[in-house]
Design a protein around this ligand. Structure first.
Ligand code: PGA
Length: 252
């Protein structure tokens, strides 16, 4: 896949959809969502369902597939982990790094996410780095500080020339899985802030910024109408072929 320009519609299935459920999903979704020029659709199934998803999407080069997490080492005694090279050989083109569930449920640190980004890019994967503040941080007035502290170390560590191979997803933690979406104005403001951080390191033009957090068919068009929002990262609503197809139509 060449440089992605957007709009991007990414589905994060989290710990849902077995290989059989993935096959059933794509049997419907591929009919509901025919290829469209300029649109990129990505899926992050559980790693055990990646092969089934790849097979189902074999005739659809407009659809990219990835894994939800990797470890930074190349190989070794790391029970339960998947290296970027293993993921790439299994057919993943993309990986999510620093999803809020990784950070908050599994204790992933900023330093961990930096190592994962570098290792993934080094193995030829493309990366979506997820950032976002908790409700407490937002109410305490430090949403931007949190996002800066999550993103700046990544910006400092990435090899030059990585632009075009990674994106940012802004996902306020309080909006994930809660039905409470950021207003387009709040999202627009944070995206502009992130854009400015990118600009300062000269990584501006080729890095897209997605919004995630309770994106649904009825709010996707409004979010995607914001000039600073280049696409969406969708959890719950990406599990249903019809809902996700409607989201993909919304901004196209
Ligand atoms: P949600 O999840 O759409 O269910 O809020 C988004 C995400 O976690 O990426």
């Amino acid at each position: 896949m060449s440089t992605v320009r957007g709009p991007v519609f990414a589905g994060n299935w989290k710990m849902h959809h077995s290989p059989e459920a993935a096959r059933r999903f794509f049997a419907d979704f591929l009919l509901l969502c025919p290829p469209r020029a300029g649109r990129t659709v990505l899926f992050f199934p559980p790693a055990v369902s990646l092969a089934a998803a790849l097979e189902a999407c074999a005739t659809r080069p407009d659809i990219g597939l990835g894994v939800q997490n990797v470890f930074w080492e190349q190989q070794g005694a790391f029970t339960g982990e998947i290296s970027p090279a293993l993921a790439a050989e299994a057919g993943a083109a993309w990986v999510l790094v620093g999803h809020s569930e990784r950070r908050h449920l599994f204790g992933e640190t900023v330093a961990d996410s930096v190592r994962k980004c570098c290792a993934a890019l080094g193995a030829g994967l493309r990366v979506i780095v997820c950032v976002g503040e908790t409700l407490e941080e937002r109410e305490g007035g430090c949403a931007e500080q949190t996002v800066r502290e999550q993103l700046e170390p990544v910006l400092q560590a990435l090899p030059s020339g990585a632009e075009g191979r990674w994106m940012v997803a802004y996902e306020p933690v309080w909006a994930i899985g809660t039905g409470q979406t950021a207003t387009p104005e709040d999202a627009q403001r944070m995206h502009a802030f992130i854009r400015e951080l990118l600009r300062r390191v000269g990584a501006d033009g080729d890095v897209l910024i997605l919004y995630g957090g309770s994106v649904k068919p009825d709010n996707a068009a409004q979010l995607l109408a914001c000039p600073a929002i280049d696409g969406v990262l969708v959890g719950g609503a990406s599990l249903d072929p019809e809902q996700f197809a409607r989201i993909c139509e919304a901004g196209s």
